[in-house]
Design a protein around this ligand. Structure first.
Ligand code: ZN
Length: 88
């Protein structure tokens, strides 16, 4: 099965193809991503990653509930926005 990586970030003035994007939480520019979820359609596996800066990753490490809520919000966002990928 083919794989496609989809990266989520806050909109900013940065070029969309660049390796630097805005942190999904605090909008700080970062090159770090974190894996959120995989979604499979009949022909493709989509791997979703989210730009999350160093500070926010550190916050997640200290606070599992915050991390859990973040993952949940991201998954809701993905299912809303990318629902067309999995509609059969
Ligand atoms: Zn951040």
């Amino acid at each position: 099965m083919d794989k496609e990586i989809i990266e989520l970030y806050k909109n900013s003035d940065l070029p969309k193809e660049g390796w630097l994007q805005s942190c999904f939480l605090c909008k700080t520019y970062t090159s770090r991503t974190t894996h959120i979820t995989n979604i499979e359609s009949e022909i493709m596996e989509y791997n979703f990653f989210c730009f999350v800066c160093k500070e926010c990753k550190y916050k997640f490490k200290k606070n599992e509930i915050l991390y859990f809520n973040f993952l949940r919000d991201c998954k809701i966002y993905i299912h809303d926005k990318y629902n067309f990928l999995i509609t059969r």
